[in-house]
Write a protein that binds this ligand. Structure first.
Ligand code: ZN
Ligand code: ZN
Length: 335
């Protein structure tokens, strides 16, 4: 940021350096100095190295991160950092840093209220660091609760035809979203979907309806929620010997050829990220002086923000020195 006390750069996560405060958003390494903020507990946002053990994050994120990393993280707070609902998954937060000027870091976010979750609401900021996973024109999603109704119909139709159904998706986030509207079908939660759901319940207010997979065979057609990794696991292997329909649930299901690629019977584009137009209206609502886009279609979104909103915008990675840039961005398929 020019003319400000704060500077923003990609480094150990996204670093914001000021006279009073040093802040790292989704750092790769928890530092022993400054503030470490973790937006949510998806693996691409979690630290890999530890010089300290304190982080600013929601209780759900701290618990899920600690369990996934096998290392206890402790809660930290700061008068400079405010946590705001990011609407991406249970426990996800945006961070508003006040260090003279205000910087909003969204992490992954979704602005739509849905399935018992509040969406991310824009707040006034001087600088905005926004995710851009679906930041390219054309990546816009139908209302998410409508997709939920379509998924539920599809599941019920298959169960009525004596098929068991396996919905494949992310154990943390999407699985709890599905439970909000499929709970009455008492789905079986497979492996890490079960433990992720229990961590969310133990740290939050919500209770979901589900069953653990029993040791013996389940004969009646039933609904299962699992990760794609469970495809090779014992539960799915057993189901595949009988009548089974599979579906993958992800925003990427908007893309043609997705089914073949994922080897499933159906794909549903239910996304926990903002679509392209949602990103633009979020930026407009924050009314920043400058925007840095991060992840996915970062350059596309930056140029659309500048052209359509008249706000200076650039891909965050463009701030990185050439020699450090190699290998810093994750491939799209990993999100
Ligand atoms: Zn995420
Ligand atoms: Zn992410």
């Amino acid at each position: 940021m020019e003319g400000d006390a704060l500077s923003i750069r990609p480094g150990n996560g996204v670093e914001v350096l000021g006279r009073e405060v040093t802040c790292r958003f989704d750092p790769h390494r928890i530092s022993s100095t400054g503030l470490n903020c973790i937006s949510h507990a998806h693996s691409d946002h979690l630290p890999r190295g530890f010089e300290g053990e304190k982080a600013i994050a929601s209780r759900v994120t701290l618990r899920c991160a600690s369990e996934r990393l096998g290392r206890k993280l402790h809660e930290e707070t700061s008068p400079h950092v405010q946590m705001l609902e990011a609407g991406h998954i249970r426990g996800s937060r945006m961070f508003l840093l006040d260090g003279g000027s205000k910087v909003l870091y969204t992490g992954d976010m979704c602005p739509e209220d849905r399935f018992g979750m509040r969406g991310a609401k824009p707040v006034k900021a001087d600088a905005l660091i926004i995710e851009s996973t679906y930041g390219s024109r054309g990546w816009d999603f139908p209302p998410r609760e409508e997709i939920g109704a379509v998924i539920k119909d599809w599941v019920e139709d298959n169960l009525a035809q004596d098929f068991s159904v396996a919905l494949m998706t992310y154990p943390l986030g999407k699985s709890q979203l599905l439970l909000d509207f499929l709970g009455e079908l008492e789905p079986y939660l497979v492996d890490n979907v079960l433990c992720s759901t229990q961590w969310v319940e133990e740290e939050g207010e919500e209770r979901f309806r589900y069953r653990a997979v029993p040791e013996g065979a389940v004969n009646a057609p039933s609904l299962y929620i699992c990760s794609t990794a469970a495809r090779k696991g014992a539960v799915l292997q057993r189901l595949q010997k009988g009548k089974l329909r599979t579906a993958y649930i992800s925003g990427w299901a908007l893309r043609r050829g997705f089914f073949n690629h994922m080897r499933v019977d159906e794909g549903f584009p239910l996304s926990d990220h903002a679509g392209h137009d949602e990103l633009l209206s979020f930026v407009k609502g924050c009314d920043p002086n400058i925007v840095y886009t991060n992840h996915g279609f970062d350059e596309d979104l930056a140029s659309d923000i500048t052209r359509e909103l008249g706000i200076e915008a650039k891909a965050l990675k463009s701030l990185k020195k050439k020699e450090g840039a190699k290998g810093s961005q994750k491939k799209l398929a990993e999100f």
